[in-house]
Write a protein that binds this ligand. Sequence first.
Ligand SMILES: Cc1cc2nc3c(=O)[nH]c(=O)nc-3n(C[C@H](O)[C@H](O)[C@H](O)COP(=O)(O)OP(=O)(O)OC[C@H]3O[C@@H](n4cnc5c(N)ncnc54)[C@H](O)[C@@H]3O)c2cc1C
Length: 422
Amino acid sequence: MDQHSEPVRKTDILVVGAGPAGTAAAIEASRVGLDVLVVDKATFPRPKCCGDGLTTSALRQLEQIGFDPATVPSWTRVDEVVISSPMRRRRTYPLPRSAGTFAAVVRRSELDHQLVLLARQSGAAVLEGHELVELEQDQSGIRATVVNGGRNLAVNARFVVAADGMWSKTRKLAGVGPTDYRGDWHAFRQYFRNVSPRADSKLIVWFEPDLLPGYAWSFPLTGGRANVGFGITREEGGHRIQNMKSIWQGLLDRPHIRAMLGPDAEPEAPHRAWPIPAQLGSLPLALGRILFAGDAAAVTDPMSGEGIGQALETGRDAVAAIVEQGIDHPTAVRDRYEKSLRRGIGRDHQLAEACSSVLTSAMTAEIAIAVTGATSWTRRHFARWLFEDYPRAALVNPYRWRQRPLGRPAPFRGFETALPHT
Ligand SMILES: Cc1cc2nc3c(=O)[nH]c(=O)nc-3n(C[C@H](O)[C@H](O)[C@H](O)COP(=O)(O)OP(=O)(O)OC[C@H]3O[C@@H](n4cnc5c(N)ncnc54)[C@H](O)[C@@H]3O)c2cc1C
């Protein structure tokens, strides 16, 4: 069969990538009646290198798209955060124990698989094992080719939501963006089993002097398991990225880290490392009829490296722009999308970067942690700000006030899970 006689799949929106950004876009678009085709080169459930931590903001986004935590076996609610300062002083920050969930940990393989199933239930067609390999666009729309096991599928779409992650193939095929961008953080994680009861129930962050402004973490998962890892910024630690494996072994040998993980803690799967793009503006947000979302738009929080909430938010925002401005008005859609990202997440990034600069030296980090841990009031409120119960820059950004950032009810109030043992 020659190329011209291949069947062409026509769709309103082609979503490339079925991670949180892509599935959130697919769910929103299908629900308003648009025809949606999602393609992902992986087959789900697929592994994803991540800390698996869900902030309050990510939980709100998940709740708004109708996600059911009960579908995910590893869902672990978190009520306390332990922070170890550069001088190894430990402080515990409580999250509200009232109805609702302010932080949770969930294996990405499970979360993303359930998001794919939810996208299908919402009406989107999801093709797994289908890789985008060609793309061109003109005024009228986009023509793409996806490949599955050597077979080509031609797709004609009116819009593309590029949610294909850090190394976005869409960006490369569209010929935009820097070719030498390698992200702003590099992070490394490994699953552990037989961790101590403390590591099994609390979210632990170590601000080690040699990682600053990066940090090491242990995020609790059910059944005595934890996601343990560390991240360093490319700016401060770029030269050390090649040595992350030996840094990792050194971290695990530190007595205060080992003591918190427990004597029986052992790795249960190979470690993985991956870059984190966390600087809005370093990658294009839109081009013609293509809107970039999630890691493909570098929207991850530059202070914490958390990007699931931002991926969900931008995937949904891309669709909101198409719906509000109309699918036949690409310029207006693009403008609306770029403006909303710059005014919302862009300002959050500015504030997060300012806070991150405090964490670059051990002395200022020590002072900052002492101040945030000074009273029960500061500990409570810092934990909620850290976990993005309200946007980072909520208080100084009038654009966010429209979204009523303060005093919103906790997400998943109706969802009952046993509190982890203490
Ligand atoms: C070690 C580490 C720890 C982290 N910890 C946290 C954390 O605890 N909490 C948090 O909120 N964030 C964390 N992050 C960040 C978070 O993982 C990302 O921000 C998030 O996954 C971005 O989601 P996304 O949907 O944009 O992209 P992804 O989840 O990367 O999904 C992209 C999808 O695109 C698909 N794809 C790629 N190319 C193609 C192609 N050519 N054709 C078809 N499909 C394609 C991929 O298969 C993939 O499924 C961490 C990151 C790292 C590296």
